[in-house]
Design a protein around this ligand. Structure first.
Ligand code: G6P
Length: 360
């Protein structure tokens, strides 16, 4: 397996580097004969027939699910609920008349998610698994499968699979919306190609992210990730990455929620990573940054080109406003990676964690 890693010191670094290629592979894999993005006709029918989607997932996959909800609701107009698999059994929601259950799982083996699938099949509802592993348990047991085409992910901390999950969710929502006659004013294929280039630009400036990790996290005890709207969901993933591999206590928060408790934790020098990719909430999240800065925090603003301002620590390439998570997560992954390296942590095999958890 050292051979597969090639010249890379860690699988995680290799897998982060593969992300532009993964996006391009997904475009190819889901391109129909006419060059337009498409999904299997039966899956499209299942999506169109549903009056509500129930996304079930754990860990990083559940963070991708939160973004998938935005896609299906905003593009296709289909209501979506996102549930953590381990909790679903206790808090089974009242189901709509025609639910479709979507299981998002990189490995296709997560026991918490499988347990929900088994129960839903007993109830007789249709199921779709979105997974990176063809032939995996959840793929075999669900009615339908959409593949991520990300190639094997070895590092315990998920990177390219998360990005692939978001891209495939965007694609499925887009294709469903178009089939339903929704007037979408953008060409997803083109926008995803722009995303692939945007990710590459960030990957090519790794040294900047190494500097940020050193500046902000070398001696940090904790760190906060804040965002609003879709940036909030990416903040959750940024915090999870940092926790997983560097063991720094980290939390993701909605910018507006900080003042309702968490701001009490801000001390002199507390790192606060703020994502600013959504024009509609840029002013508000910048306001939150000012609030924490006034209390001594060390803010690191990561803004998208076009809505960036002087003093932002990192400007990421401009992409379609719905697709920003695909790009904004990449600096967070790299910052976590370098923070873990500074602390001499075992990046690919963090303590206490497993790549796929086959116990409930
Ligand atoms: C484990 C991994 C996480 C992953 C989660 C869900 O806890 O360490 O990185 O997000 O399982 O895995 P899945 O394969 O279902 O996406």
């Amino acid at each position: 397996s050292d051979i597969e890693k090639g010249t890379y010191p860690h699988y995680m670094l290799k897998e982060m580097d593969e992300q532009p290629t993964v996006i391009r592979k997904i475009i190819q894999a889901y391109e129909g004969d006419n060059g337009e993005l498409t999904i299997d006709a039966e899956i499209l029918e299942a999506l169109r027939a549903a009056d509500r989607l129930y996304i079930i997932a754990a860990g990083t996959s559940s963070h991708a699910g939160l973004i998938g909800k935005q896609y299906f609701e905003k593009m296709a107009g289909i209501p979506v609920e996102v549930h953590i698999s381990s909790e679903f059994g206790y808090n089974m929601p009242l189901l709509s008349e025609k639910p479709l259950f979507i299981f998002i799982t990189q490995s296709g083996e997560t026991a918490d998610s499988r347990q929900v699938l088994v129960k839903i099949k007993e109830l007789g509802y249709p199921t779709l698994t979105i997974t990176n592993v063809p032939g995996s348990t959840l793929s075999r047991e669900a009615d339908h499968t959409l593949l991520l085409h990300a190639g094997p992910e070895i590092a315990v901390a998920s990177t390219k699979a998360y990005v692939a999950q978001i891209a495939v969710l965007a694609l499925a929502a887009y294709v469903t919306a178009r089939a339903n006659g929704k007037d979408l004013e953008f060409d997803l294929k083109q926008e995803l190609a722009i995303v692939a280039n945007g990710i590459q630009t960030i990957i090519d400036s790794k040294d900047v992210l190494e500097d940020i990790a050193e500046d902000y996290l070398k001696i940090a005890r904790n760190a906060f990730f804040i965002g609003r709207n879709i940036d909030f969901y990416v903040s959750l993933e940024g915090a999870l990455k940092l926790k997983e591999i560097s063991y720094i206590q980290a939390e993701g928060f909605a910018g507006g929620e900080l003042k309702h408790g968490t701001i009490a934790l801000i001390e002199e020098g507390t790192p606060v990573f703020a994502l600013v990719t959504q024009a509609s909430v840029a002013l508000n999240i910048r306001g939150n940054v000012k609030e924490v800065a006034a209390r001594g925090a060390h803010p690191c603003i990561i803004a998208m080109a076009g809505i960036d301002e002087d003093g932002d620590r990192l400007v990421i390439p401009h992409v379609h406003e719905l697709l920003t998570p695909l790009v904004s997560v990449v600096p967070l992954q790299l910052i976590s990676y370098y923070a873990a390296l500074h602390r001499r942590c075992d990046v690919d095999k963090p303590r206490n964690l497993a790549k796929s958890v086959t116990v409930e």
